[in-house]
Design a protein around this ligand. Sequence first.
Ligand code: GLU
Length: 315
Amino acid sequence: MTRRTRLAPSPTGALHLGNARTFLINWALAKQQGWELLLRIEDLDTPRTKPGATEQAVEDLRWLGLTWDTGPVTQRIDLSPYEAALDRLDARGLTYRCPATRQEIAAAASAPHGDEHELRYPGLYRPSTDSPPFPFDNDEPTAVRVIVPDEPITFTDELHGPRSVNVQQHVGDFVIASKVGLPAYQLAVVVDDARQGVTDVVRGDDLLASTARQALLYRLLSLGPPPRYFHVPLVLGPDGRRLAKRHGDTRLSSYRGKGVPAERVIALLARWSGVPDTGEAMSAETFAQRFTLDTLPLEPAVMTEGDDAWLRDPV
Ligand code: GLU
């Protein structure tokens, strides 16, 4: 069987050092294991997608020295595969429309569950057999939610081991199509990984919390076994929060614009990835030869001001 992985940037902003590290590790594993590589641009997340960000991401990845066999493929160009999946769930009686606003959900939720930004949806508009269906005004924007069973969903992560999550208790019936009528991330990623033959998913461990939802959708859509998952620890800023704009300009394009060689960026990413003997510069190829999951630290990497100064230091 051909094994395949994907690099899946979202064109919601420029790639920074944290994204670059995950993509580099993903690419290195593909090289080592002989997996095919697909570049998939996840451009359904409106209004957060930014014009020009797709071209920029492709350029940034090329600059680092990463390559792929197929793509870039985008999601928005053809929505029919997601619509077919929604229809399949609908035909099984597993979906319902929901006009609830975030405020309404927050007011109804008894206690915060799920993640920082994720409230558990307490089933406000879930249809029930003993009450009439909710009347909707056809102009009213509604999201579509999937009916989630109240039971543990299990999967195994190659780095974090076996996991069991009761998705209903964690986030409740979750959104699979947004109020603007686009497929939500959880549905799109499953439909795409399945139809594109993705067998190995390498991504940041902020998505570990989404994986049970995705494993459930594989089951509800009868898509066969989900891929193998490798959730790589994130890069944090010195304050312990996920690397972002507040930590200064760590965009690849900014280092490139200042004349920092890609090999110097990779040397820093290598140091953050448990690669021994990282010198002043390293190519992506050399990284792929030296990187091993066995020495990848499972705690997050922390970017310091010293790291930024080291990168910008003219060689
Ligand atoms: N596009 C997502 C991101 O940039 C990755 C989704 C995934 O790998 O499943 O965070």
